[in-house]
Write a protein that binds this ligand. Structure first.
Ligand SMILES: [Zn+2]
Length: 388
């Protein structure tokens, strides 16, 4: 198949438009405007391409755009997913919305994470349409809200849409990401007994007891968790994030609360993480009968993993080889992505996207050549997958 040319100028000007629209996540910054304006821009763009486009309005100013390029039928459907929200643009060392191009890079908040991926997946579909290529399967573009916070966007997508596979165009440095960790947030409450500071026989110090929990957590991280490993993801980990307790200097504190985060591997589900914490607290209790605690794993996101043998991984892999003339690298990512939600909904998912620097940092940029390569790989992948 002849390689389809990507229109560099059109791709870059689309990306620059996207960066220039402020879409900071309002759950992360009080100045955040949400995704409604960028969603309208994308809706109009996709309408002009002739796609079936609709909004999913999740909350006020929190909007997904879904565009469908209908196939002729009889081929597998492919979802291309990207988030339109960004983290806060405060305190950046560059103008976050100027989208300045310099030395082969484009700068701005979201340049890398992930408006370049959004631009690439839109331009991939545009290139296929303009080349006059007809597909059998549908291509479903889901440009979602809120990936950077609670993922209400992709959760709304899987309520209404499915596909035979999905590609998420988060920045992967042109590697093919087939696994990432999940996370669990746990609250532990330690109960003591309040008493005047001069009456040690009456008081039970909840903060000191909490120290036993912290020491046990450090030990757990250094021993048991280190023994578990995953070839792409390494070991799970655990750390304390927040602690709260005490009322005044001369009083034994009757209450202390710790919130902690555990990063989990694909084999570790909520049940596993819960029983591990139960055991940890029971062990302290066995050695200290005045230790009283309760816990709750109040938020859990599973890890993600897909077999390299899955058709979508093979498809992207072949496309990469034909464009880049080398074998792709299969990688794991430490952070959590919406891929886990798509996978849980039964959609085999792979992550592939451009290179750059400074996601969530004070200077963020994306490498222009890598966006073009991403778009080329997406074009080949779409044709290969939807026209088997
Ligand atoms: Zn991202």
């Amino acid at each position: 198949m002849a390689e389809i040319q990507i229109k560099r100028e059109a791709l870059l000007s689309l990306l620059q438009d996207l960066i220039q629209i402020d879409s900071v996540n309002p759950s992360l910054s009080s100045k955040g405007t949400g995704e409604a304006v960028i969603a309208r821009y994308i809706r109009d763009y996709l309408n002009n391409l002739g796609l079936e486009v609709r909004f999913q309005e999740i909350e006020k100013n929190r909007v997904n755009v879904v565009g469908v390029l209908k196939g002729s039928g009889g081929g597998p459907s492919l979802m291309l997913n990207g988030h339109t929200d960004t983290v806060s643009a405060d305190n950046m060392e560059i103008d976050p919305f100027a989208a300045e191009e310099k030395d082969g890079k484009i700068y701005g908040r979201g340049a890398l994470d992930m408006k370049s991926g959004v631009a690439a997946l839109i331009m991939a579909v545009q290139s296929i349409i303009e080349a006059g290529i007809k597909l059998k399967g549908d291509v479903i573009l889901t440009l979602v809200a809120d990936e950077e916070y609670a993922s209400i966007g992709t959760e709304a997508v899987v309520d209404e849409y499915t596909a035979d596979a999905a590609i998420i165009c988060e920045p992967t440095d042109l590697d093919i990401v087939i696994a990432h960790k999940g996370f669990a947030w746990t609250k532990i409450e330690i109960f003591g007994h309040a008493a005047h500071g001069s009456l040690p026989h009456r008081g039970v110090d909840a903060i000191v007891k909490a120290g036993k929990v912290l020491a046990a957590i450090e030990e757990l991280g250094k021993t048991h968790l280190k023994q578990k490993t995953h070839p792409l993801l390494g070991s799970p980990s655990i750390h304390a994030s927040l602690i709260e307790g005490g009322t005044e200097l001369s009083t034994y504190p009757d209450y202390c609360k710790i919130k902690l985060e555990r990063r989990n591997l694909p084999a570790e589900d909520r049940k596993r993480v819960t029983s591990e914490m139960q055991e940890l607290l029971q062990n302290i209790q066995l050695q200290d009968d005045r230790f009283k605690a309760d816990f709750d794993v109040f938020f859990f996101r599973p890890a993600f993993e897909i077999s390299p043998d899955q058709p979508i991984v093979q498809t992207v892999s072949r496309a990469f080889e034909s464009i880049c003339h080398r074998a792709p690298k299969f990688e794991g990512l430490w952070g959590w992505l919406d891929s886990a939600i798509l996978a849980q909904a039964g959609i085999p998912t792979v992550i592939f996207g451009p290179s750059g620097d400074g996601a969530h940092a004070v200077v963020e940029n994306v490498d222009v050549q890598s966006i073009i390569t991403t778009t080329q790989v997406l074009v080949q992948s779409i044709i290969d997958f939807c026209n088997p």
